[in-house]
Design a binder for this molecule. Structure first.
Ligand code: ADP
Length: 418
């Protein structure tokens, strides 16, 4: 049935070859090689025209697809399908020029389905090899990211450890100087006070760096004890009161089911996590704003919410803010100060808070209608903690058995303060 088409092809082949080599291959060496490949293609096309399907060409197409280089794959260039498309266009043009209209039609209607099959095959092979390439590339990039992340985390750990000793020395000498200076040298005392405030900030920073590296390396060890959430909130409120007053902000602590119950958790670490979240709430809420601590008891969990009337967080950053060293405000525009409006920070507060909550098998996330410094839509941080009323260690359980029936009055505030 395709014998006539085959005859037209034999007739057209020298012309086709010549045109294709001229159009599709540039440069002597390339041209020779291309001509050889083209001849293989046309030999097989002849067989395909005899049988009426593209099967004879399949292995050549696979071979062509496999010879694409890394650079071709990376740029998605020199695809076999684009070469086939060009061959098809040139075939059509040549047939129209060299044959009568009805002959061209007969030839093309035989060759066209074969070209289409070839195209589909080539596209399938190419998708396969490109998917394999991209998967490999993704794994390579992931390895690089992991390496960068590891060196960042190693740097933080090493730097923090190295800072600790000289910092302790300066703190010690500053304290000694303060002791030795006669009380009447007030000016020097106030200078020393400024210095010690700075040192305290540096100390907190170093401790945060150490905590970040502990969390990064899954080395955060919890010291679980009986905890009452409402006591933590009360202590936090007392600690933050001067700052709240300075910023004319109100911190409302609502009472909710679960807040008065005994929980087994690490009080110091929980206090630290809540403090970090509250510090942010203060920082990112304009003067005169309000912060509310509320919560509810769910099956197996207690949920605490910390809501502010601040600038809010854009949806695309509600997750990234928990990555270490992430800040939404341009660092160069930071006002300094831990509690000033939009005050600067190193971007460790939330990762530490999340690390602490997750070490308790809980979760921490943020919700906000969006970011707007004018309308201040606010943000809510959710802290979900397992409602553990028994210690996991059976020996501790025995020890604390009596405690669980007592009121919370036996819990001293000093246990919470770090
Ligand atoms: P920082 O030390 O910069 O405060 P954090 O890890 O505590 O680091 O917070 C990361 C970033 O998340 C902040 O710089 C801020 O852009 C954003 N953020 C955190 N809490 C709030 C909040 N309550 N309202 C608006 N933005 C917030």
């Amino acid at each position: 049935m395709h014998m006539t088409a085959l005859a037209y092809f034999v007739q057209l082949r020298p012309l086709l070859e010549e045109r294709m080599v001229l159009t599709l291959a540039q440069g002597g060496g390339v041209r020779e090689n291309f001509q050889e490949q083209l001849q293989r293609f046309f030999d097989l096309l002849e067989q395909a025209l005899q049988s009426g399907h593209a099967t004879p060409l399949v292995s050549l197409l696979r071979e062509w697809s496999a010879t694409r280089t890394e650079t071709d794959l990376e740029r998605d260039e020199r695809t076999v399908s684009s070469l086939l498309r060009q061959i098809a266009v040139l075939t059509q043009e040549t047939a129209h020029q060299a044959l009568e209209a009805h002959q061209a039609l007969e030839f093309l209607s035989a060759v066209w389905p074969i070209y289409l099959d070839c195209l589909a095959q080539a596209a399938a092979y190419e998708t396969e090899s490109r998917t394999a390439y991209l998967t490999q590339e993704l794994a390579r990039l992931n390895r690089i990211v992991a390496r960068v992340d590891k060196s960042k985390s190693d740097f933080v750990a090493v730097a923090a450890h190295e800072f600790k000793t000289p910092l302790a020395l300066i703190e010690g000498y500053a304290a000694m100087l303060d002791e030795l200076l006669p009380p009447e040298m007030e000016q020097f005392h106030s200078l020393l006070m400024g210095m010690r405030n700075g040192l305290k900030r540096l100390h907190d920073l170093v401790n945060d760096m150490l905590d970040v590296s502990l969390i990064d390396n899954n080395l955060l060890v919890l010291n679980k004890q009986p905890v009452w959430l409402h006591r933590i909130f009360r202590l936090l409120q007392a600690e933050l009161q001067p700052v709240l007053e300075q910023r004319r902000q109100i911190l409302e602590v609502r009472s909710f089911p679960g807040a008065q119950e005994l929980l087994f958790a690490d009080p110091t670490r929980l206090y630290q996590a809540f403090r970090n979240i509250l510090n942010n709430a203060i920082k990112f809420t304009p003067d005169g704003g309000k912060i509310t601590i509320d919560g509810r008891l769910l099956t197996g969990f207690v949920e605490v919410t910390i809501t502010d009337t601040g600038i809010g967080i854009p949806p695309e950053h509600q997750e990234t803010i928990f990555e270490k060293f992430s800040q939404l405000v341009d660092v160069s525009l930071h006002s300094t100060g831990k509690t000033k409006f939009k005050g600067g920070g190193a971007g460790m507060g939330l990762p530490i808070a999340r690390g602490i909550i997750e070490a308790h098998d809980g979760s921490l996330w943020a919700e906000s209608p969006g970011y707007d410094e004018k309308t201040c839509p606010g943000s809510t941080f959710h802290i979900l903690l397992p409602f553990r009323t028994q210690p996991e260690d059976p020996n501790l359980a025995k020890l604390f058995d009596t405690l669980t029936t007592q009121t919370d009055s036996s819990f001293s505030s000093s246990e919470i303060q770090s």
